[in-house]
Ligand binder design. Sequence first.
Ligand code: BGC
Length: 756
Amino acid sequence: MTQKLMMLLTVGVVVFLSACQQPLVKKVATKHEASKYFNDPVITHKVDSVLSMMTLDEKIGQLTLYSSGWDKTGPSMNENYINDIKAGRCGNIFNAFSPDYNRKLQKIAMEQTRMKIPLLFGYDVIHGQKTIFPIPLGEAASWDLKSIQKTASAAAAEAAAAGIQWTYAPMCDIARDPRWGRVSEGAGEDPYLGSKIAAARVHGFQGTDLASDTTVVACVKHFAAYGAPEAGRDYNTVDMSERKLRDVYLPPYKAAVDAGAGTVMTSFNDLNGVPATASHFLMTDILRKEWGFNGFVVTDYTAINELVPHGIAKDDKDAAALAMNAGVDMDMQGGTYSKYLKELLKEGRVTQEEIDNAVRRVLRIKFRLGLFADPYKYFSNKREKKLTYSKYHMALARQMARESMVLLKNDKETLPLKKGQRIALIGPLADSQRDLLGSWHAAGDWKINKTVKEAMVEQFGKSNIRYAKGCDLRGDNRSGFASAVAVARRSDVVVMVLGESAEWSGEAASRAHINLPHIQSELLEAIHKTGKPVVVVLMSGRPLALDKEVPMTDAMLEAWFPGTEGAPALADVLSGKYNPSGKLPMTFPRITGQIPIYYSAKNTGRPYTKTGKEQKYRSRYLFTPNTPEFAFGHGLSYTTFSYSAPKLSTVRLQMGDTLHVSATITNTGNYDGTEVAQLYIRDMVGSVTRPVKELKGFRRIFLKKGESKTVTFDLTMNDLSFYRKDMTWGTEPGDFKVFVGGASDNVKEAAFTLVK
Ligand code: BGC
């Protein structure tokens, strides 16, 4: 080493160390704070001092993320990526989630690399780390932002103790096609609800102090419009107008970014001809320039390499150039930056500035996480032990699961089950342990959770439960039907647990038909014929098409995949210990052929209404109604609620003012209960066509039997705004309708005019 280089290095190390000793600015909560924080001169100074000492290879290493060799057989310390860490070629690891193992890897980075830049550890902590909460679609059905934030922060605390600082969540993809298996990971079909939930989850994961050892940095995914693949087939083409993209699909990602999310993941799909991972429009124009996002962008798994089969890059090298030029900072698993960025720089196809900026963004997050100050603080067996399955987390899991369940139907007050009733418990999911956790259950161990059968025995007493499986989830084996029918005959009421296996939703799990497999439907028919009251509990990762089954049931409860405490929570709901309050975050069609079906549709020039003379030339199907089986926002309670007509603070709203909309809700039934009051609007005449209803507010309210409460919603100009004909965002004067009610198809209305 030359003397000059030695001197430079010494100066560099001194600058670096002194920079690291300065106190970190820790708080990042609101959007204003977030942007202020990113421009924080202390962090910028630290980042620049580190950057100034790095070689090109080391810089590229920070832009590289590899999966650890961790699998079911345990971690391996002989993998290639270990050598990459040692050589500074890999600065980030995912899929490693043990305090000891992660510490070992961190030690390599801290002790054996020249720059001693701490590794960043990522993992898919989607709905819990070990204590597993309901799948995100289930959590969304609670419409309970506080609880959703709490489960995200509990998940973060468990993950952070296990050595993770970065979760690949929340998934903010709006989805209106339940064939797509990943609807289970999102918040459903609606941009307003989706945005609120996205922000709640970011706040939950990140807390107010990213450097705390109980928080992790969030990753908003999959940017963008991954939830709109043609025909609901995962990874398929996405093609839509920019208006639809901005009106419907972008808001939840934006809400997550505004909530301070530190990272964003590109999506696998192409959007209007350009794969997201090569999209300058998405990653730079929208994300950074329009939204002011200052964190880093990571690809989805090998998404750069996939630009080749997409047919917009000739080879991986070409693909790496496209991604870097688009504004993608980190390559997940594909190794393309590692292999080609140096050459591409030499050839002038990427710039030093692009690389440096990408590294800056990554380092900034590492500083914010406090990794430079203490690279080891996230690896704590003690904390992991204390938090995992803790009393608080288990209670939270049970409460969230109760809140997530949606009572779809309840004729003749079949539910709650009555004391002393003899209950037949039937169905392929009634004694399944594994399925309760759903897909993406991180480090969750299904062996510790109770099955529905076990929880029912505990809740109702062994002598009251008679179990028969009846059939498998799929197939043609009817040999269990007879004993199931016999068990039903010997009981007062039948509870059937039907639906999907956990593996039928999540990634790469699209279904062309979203009905119950025929064997389950046939079993239901056989039980229905006994004449006993039938309660169907559904476990599924998506809305199902149940037009055949609904008439064969007396009650139906959607339980999703409810997580570690899901089975006891279900027993709580069936027994009436908890009065269900969930509302659907996604429409349930009658049949698959109605898809895409969503409440916020356009009216068309030939709307179909059932009233009046039957008309042929209307927007309708010949043999199927337009309406869904269960609408967005639908969900019953054991009690009933009545709504007054909405009262408005004015019927002539001045541009710039806020409208106050109030309605009185009364609990008219026989139980105390929680209702989710929903507020929708319709802009009657616009410069472009507007949806027949748009959710603009909701409130969970607890009402004692006979009690009334008045809820007031504020409708602001922002709520009345949309992308107008010229693609500017704003309001247009004219007539509006306002609706308040307990479901998108069960509302009372009022009208007002927006005047200049
Ligand atoms: C998924 C992402 C996930 C990533 C890392 C990909 O296949 O699409 O959602 O975060 O894998 O596990």
